[in-house]
Design a protein around this ligand. Structure first.
Ligand SMILES: [Cu+2]
Length: 628
């Protein structure tokens, strides 16, 4: 077949459309890269390098390129391919050494695969029977990422580890009934159970956790009066394709199968602030060192693909008020496009007082209201649900708030356990962390920036500080990559400011945006643990790298079963100069989760995130002009 030319695109960063996904598949088939057993573990837009995008003007040609991670399910072979839809060429095709470089991501269809594989295994069935489980139609095996622990016989195999849960009936939530102490190590290519960990027969917790069953929850309360959010003249933002403009802000919304929601070319009053913002990785490590659970850690972005797990949002439930939705177009495992309607929600929110003063002397009394533009999406990854909420404020702040909710991962509660909380009778919820890596490709008033660490400096009592009250501001330029792997310190209010040394405000100060962290514990695993090597990004709150279009993911390109060392430690190994350069911030944030009884049977939203805040970017308060 002859591959057709793609439709005209309006911008180099325009999201891949369904036709382009079909075209990509056809092109790879034509070049002999896709056969009957080939699956698309990833397919996405290969963005042009930044300089090309910044130089692009409307009407210029666009070379539309895609990247595909292909898996041959017959042999376990994998390939990393870049192809041009515009030119109809394969620009690069490299075989992946899966033992050394990691496996292609886990696919949605692997849920079905592990179900079939474990249920066909006599050893697993016998182990289930010993636990009194005989109706296998009500057993839910989970496709859990295998990690990499140097276990003999595992290297180079495409694997998952499988813990299972049972249901009492089809609508019963399985998370309430973990079948603990039994793990199947599954080879997805040979489609068999390699190894069974049958540690201990533990009682299966009985109590149901059906938060959607009125019989269990009880009647809904009737005391809440309606709250109605009305914008009779419509929202204040406009949407042109994926380009949003609102109160001086302008940005392009992107969506990637791996990173999910991405923001591009964020500018304020036509001044660039951030070229690209995304959650480039997230990882959830668990604390239980026992034989059935030591391996539990999930790279939800790099292994499971955040974007592939996106859900459709519902008006009036997920989003209130005047809502605009964008759909997501994603590649299915067979390389065909699939559409998720209402995947991205945009709306405007009142967030309370913007500024206020009641003056003692003049009698002046003024208050203004703050608003933010909300761009959000929700993904459901097995038991957990995560909301990704980007906020743009009238005063120039940008925030990312993560909302973690859904159902905690459960275990059989063992009295006196140091690794879990009992959340319901006989039901444990193991301790874990949620660690995110935001990749913030900053362009504060231009591409050439620098990063300063700014914090409180205490001054000892003595000459010049006779009464001991003195304190000052300490500014340290993080001049090289080796100096810029940093840990947050709330005791000195440590922030990191991205400055443009060549641009000053009316006071002669370099314009800047500060990254204000909300410090949470970094990776809790031992420095010598396998997971520490694989998720080294999570050992620092901040990394800064010099922009390189190939450096996209905090834990490397293929974290699934990667033996470790990829991503940020590799990126900073060259120790590049950062002062006055094109810099990318990588910020680790998240939460330490000792589950509570209140987190069961469905967890109230817990949040974490960070703020980007203008510092001398404006000449004065930028929201003096808000109407009364
Ligand atoms: Cu949690």
């Amino acid at each position: 077949m002859t591959v057709r030319a793609p439709a005209q695109v309006a911008h180099p960063l325009q999201r891949l459309g369904a036709d382009e996904i079909r075209l990509a598949k056809a092109l790879l088939v034509e070049h002999g890269l896709v056969g009957e057993p080939t699956r698309f573990a990833y397919l996405g837009l290969e963005e042009p390098p930044k300089a090309e995008v910044l130089a692009w003007r409307e009407g210029d040609p666009v070379d539309r390129r895609v990247r595909a991670i292909l898996l041959d399910t017959a042999t376990g072979g994998a390939a990393d391919v870049v192809a041009s839809l515009t030119r109809g060429t394969v620009d690069a095709s490299a075989e992946i050494d899966t033992g050394r470089e990691g496996q292609p991501p886990i696919m949605l269809e692997d849920l079905v695969a592990v179900d079939e594989i474990v249920k066909a295994d006599p050893g697993w069935r016998a182990a289930m029977e010993r636990r009194g489980v005989t109706d296998l139609d009500l057993v839910r095996p989970c496709p859990l990422s295998a990690g990499s622990f140097g276990i003999q016989g595992e290297e180079g195999r495409r694997m998952l580890r499988v813990l299972s849960f049972v249901q009492h009936h089809e609508k019963d939530h399985p998370w309430a009934h973990p079948v603990d102490g039994l793990v199947a190590y599954v080879d997805l290519i040979e489609r068999r159970v390699l190894h069974l960990i049958d540690q201990e027969v533990l009682p299966i917790p009985e109590e149901e956790g059906n938060f959607d069953d009125p019989a269990q929850v009880g009647p809904a309360r009737t005391s809440l009066k309606p709250i109605e959010i009305a914008q009779p003249e419509g929202p204040s933002f406009t949407l042109d394709g994926d380009v949003v403009t609102w109160e001086g802000w302008r940005l392009r919304v992107g969506f990637d199968a791996r990173e999910g929601l991405t923001l591009h070319q964020v500018s304020l009053e036509d001044r660039p602030v951030c070229y690209r913002a995304s959650v480039a990785e997230m990882m959830v490590p668990y604390a239980d060192p026992g034989p059935a659970r030591f391996w539990q850690n999930y790279f939800d972005a790099g292994e499971y693909l955040l974007g592939q797990q996106v859900v459709s949002l519902m008006l009036g439930c997920d989003c209130l008020g005047e809502i605009r939705y964008l759909d997501a177009v994603l590649p299915a495992g067979d390389g065909e496009p699939r559409e998720v309607a209402n995947a991205i929600c945009l709306h405007e929110e009142d967030t309370g007082v913007a500024w206020k003063h009641n003056d003692l002397f003049t009698g002046s009394s003024e208050t203004r209201r703050m608003r933010r533009l909300v761009i959000s999406t929700f993904v459901a990854i097995g038991n957990y649900d995560y909301g990704f909420f980007w906020y743009l404020y009238l005063d120039g702040r940008i925030e990312l708030e993560i909302k973690a909710t859904g159902v905690v991962f459960t275990s059989a509660w063992v009295d006196g356990s140091r690794w879990a909380t009992q959340v319901a009778p006989g039901l444990g919820a193991p301790y874990h962390q949620h660690l995110f890596s935001a990749r913030l490709d900053m362009t504060v008033d231009g591409v050439d920036n620098a990063v300063d660490e700014v914090e409180l400096e205490r001054v000892p009592l003595g000459p010049g500080n006779q009464y001991g009250n003195a304190f000052t501001r300490k500014v340290t330029r993080l001049a090289r990559e080796s100096e810029a792997a940093r840990i947050a310190d709330p005791t000195v209010g440590r922030t990191w400011q991205v400055v443009n040394p060549a641009r000053t405000n009316r006071l002669g100060q370099p314009v800047a945006y500060a990254l204000d962290p909300q410090p949470a514990p970094l990776l809790a695993a031992d420095a010598g643990a396998a997971i520490t090597g694989r998720a080294a990004f999570a050992t620092r709150h901040l990394w800064v790298t010099r922009y390189d279009p190939a450096e996209r993911y905090a834990a490397g390109d293929l974290p699934n079963q990667h033996p470790g060392g990829a991503g940020l430690p590799t990126y900073v190994a060259a120790d590049r100069d950062l002062d006055g350069q094109d810099v990318v911030l990588w910020h680790t944030f998240g939460m330490l989760h000792f589950p509570r009884p209140e987190d069961w049977p469905v967890m109230p939203v817990a949040t974490c995130g960070f703020t980007l805040r203008p510092v001398g970017f404006f000449d004065r308060n930028p929201v003096l002009d808000l109407p009364r």
